[in-house]
Design a protein around this ligand. Sequence first.
Ligand code: HEC
Length: 456
Amino acid sequence: MRVLLAMMLFAGFVGCATYYDYRLDREYGPADPARYDRPPTARADIDFRRDVKPILDSRCVVCHGCYDAPCQLKLSAYQGITRGASKEIVYDAARLVAAEPTRLFTDAGSNAAWRRRGFYPVLNERAPNLEANREGSVMYRMLALKRAHHLPAGAVLPAKDFDFALDRKQQCPRIEEMDQFEAKFPQWGMPYGLPALSEREHDTLARWIEAGAPYTEPAPLPAGYAERIAAWERFLNGDSLKAQLMSRYVYEHWFIGHLYFDDMPGNEYFELVRSATPPGEPIKLIVSRRPYDDPGVARVYYRLRRYPETLLTKTHLPYALNTARMAKIKSWFLDAPYEVTALPSYEPEQASNPFITFRQLPVNARYRLMLEEAQFQVVQMQLEPGDKIVIYSDGVTEAENAAGEFSDTERLRTCLRENASLGAAELHEKLLGALDAFVEGGVVRDDITALVLEYT
Ligand code: HEC
């Protein structure tokens, strides 16, 4: 009986969604996944870059900017909005086999291709008229929902209505499921769990969606960029075996960075990508899961691709390119006297081990490339006044007491937590005092150094 009821409920739900789909199709025609591959151009009164993007950047990308954004909806680029959303979660501990990556600007090249990968639109892809653009758009309705249900009053949001856990269960309604979503979760309009957009911001986004989401291309790169890009691409695509191995090494360290020319205006960033085409031709991206995967072409070219998304502190690893840097890399890798006799293969056992792949490169060159810009490897962190940084040698966590026990990291953490309100000097004293008390009677074998910094 219970099974039957569940089946009936399920049939009811599917029926509803299908009915809604049918209703949308009947009223607004069939969906055209290629509609935003040819987006309407900007109008004088509403412009994506001038009017819309600043609102998305200040109110939405904080959640909708990462690879694992809610519903995989990335609002950090126009192409992310038109790609839409997916119910697949990116980090799923219960998954047994590798997921196919869904990196924007990498793993599919058109909205129709994303539809085949399970993404559904958040903009209207049916008839391009005002009503359909509103009613047929998940994004419009998510914004309207917030407008109709502002945040409840009170200092803290009620936990029964809002869940902020990292593994929060997502609904990710498609347009056919929006009626049910609105009825069931009236508080969940966008931006989720935050104050509503201002009237002006809301009207701007609404007008843009009503107008069919017109698009403006980014402004061309300022003068001088083409020349710098050409110089670096020439440098990274030398024909000698030495040059090819150098470039592979450089790429496998820089692929994650946001490269920029520090003598140029414009706040423009670039990614170093592998291409099947040489400098001077349009980039033909080699798509691979890892940077050392077999590129599948006889000759790889390393190219600079303009970074197309909003920059987010959490993923922004800036790396400066300039003539001094190029000269250094050239002297370490190209001018140094050594031979590369053959290029290493891309067989996984070899390619995944940099000590094997790059063993023909001089040790000096290898470590210098990393050391020169060591802060590039370090993740940024936002500090507030009163925050402290504790830097310590491993002697602090590996000091032994008379009973042969180690003063491990947990003990250190507890001590720091309990004394977090002290100033840097007192905290330092407390830390060493606690360590002294712990090792009483034990043998100190390692150096014990601790530095406490306070941000004021
Ligand atoms: C605090 C984080 C946060 C902010 C900020 C935020 N969102 Fe969301 N967004 C979410 C979450 C979480 C969901 C998933 C809700 C669910 O379905 O369970 C979501 C879902 C969505 C969806 C639905 C996707 C789908 O598959 O149905 C849209 C559209 C959307 N957001 C648009 C926006 C817009 C536009 C803004 C800025 C005005 C915004 N969001 C700001 C967290 C946020």
